[in-house]
Design a protein. Structure first.
Length: 299
């Protein structure tokens, strides 16, 4: 009996030490970049550079479009890529300390990492890959033609929400933001939005994908969203930059089920670039927002 009591005490103490030794999670402060594959660099420049007014730089063998003071849209012209696959290659999140974040993730059972400059990738995740990097400011550049100065969310297809939530919610600390569905309720949602732990930018699960989706449908799901204050002003700036709808359609705001005005653009490989107002103009469908909305003052 005494031996059992002693063993129990030792196990309790060991567990207590391990709990105390578990490192805290460093801050995750939003989206640093999104990276798309491209098969048409000139066509991408026409949208991102000419239409959206983003400054182009060449880094790491890629075309990099600067968004505001510290975010980027990267275009990877990798050979052999086709629109038969999702073109959203990678989402990079900012963290205050990549080394400490990796240590934290190891303590939570995440063990496979790939080193990259300024951070790491979660090695066992693809479509898109998930990276964590240290914050860095963009070089000083002309922002006067930018239709938007801020990436506010990135979306991607999720086949099984139960497989994603443990990582994003339980381990990384993302926070529920909004849930919605085409049926008008949140019980069987088509979209689940989760805000980053220490900022107002978010990811969007695009649920219920079809194996028969075409390139346009895949590109709609695997997308990036740029925040704007007022949609009519954003569209006017697109026009002033020389952009017109490729099909000749009228350029006007569209009402989203989340109560926010939006406007969709498509790059040459059918990836969707969604302009979205920071705050809703009306009550959202399906559920209320459970976190503060982003604002142009966030960056």
């Amino acid at each position: 009996m005494r031996k059992n009591s002693l063993l129990g005490a030792l196990l309790f103490l060991a567990g207590t030490v391990l709990m105390q030794a578990a490192p805290p999670r460093p801050k995750i402060t939003g989206i640093a970049y999104v990276r798309f594959y491209t098969t048409d660099r000139a066509g991408a420049q026409h949208l991102y550079g000419d239409g959206l007014g983003l400054t182009l730089r060449h880094e790491k063998g890629m075309d990099v479009y600067l968004v505001g003071t510290s975010q980027r849209i990267e275009m990877d012209a990798k050979a052999g890529v086709s629109t038969d696959q999702p073109m959203l290659e990678e989402i990079g999140f900012e963290t205050s300390d990549p080394v400490a974040l990796e240590q934290y993730l190891r303590s939570r059972g995440v063990t496979h990492f790939t080193k990259i400059p300024d951070g790491f990738l979660l090695a066992d995740r693809t479509t898109p890959r998930i990276a964590f990097v240290k914050h860095r400011d963009n070089p000083v550049h002309d922002t006067s033609r930018e239709v938007s100065h801020q990436i506010i969310h990135a979306g991607f297809t999720v086949k099984d929400r139960a497989q994603e939530d443990p990582l994003f919610l339980s381990v990384l600390g993302f926070r529920p933001y909004w849930i919605g569905g085409r049926a008008g309720n949140a019980t069987d949602p088509d979209w689940v939005s989760l805000q980053t732990p220490d900022a107002h930018e978010w990811i969007e699960y695009m649920l219920h994908p079809s194996p028969h989706d075409n390139a346009r449908q895949r590109g709609s799901a695997f997308h990036v969203s740029l925040g704007v204050v007022e949609m009519n002003a954003a569209i006017a700036k697109l026009k002033a930059n020389g952009w017109s709808d490729p099909k000749g359609a009228e350029m006007k705001p569209q009402a989203g089920l989340d109560g926010k005005y939006q406007y969709n653009l498509w790059d040459p490989d059918s990836s969707r670039i969604e302009l979205m107002e920071f705050v809703p103009y009306t009550k959202p469908c399906c559920s209320q927002f459970t976190q503060a909305n982003p604002s142009p003052g966030d960056r």
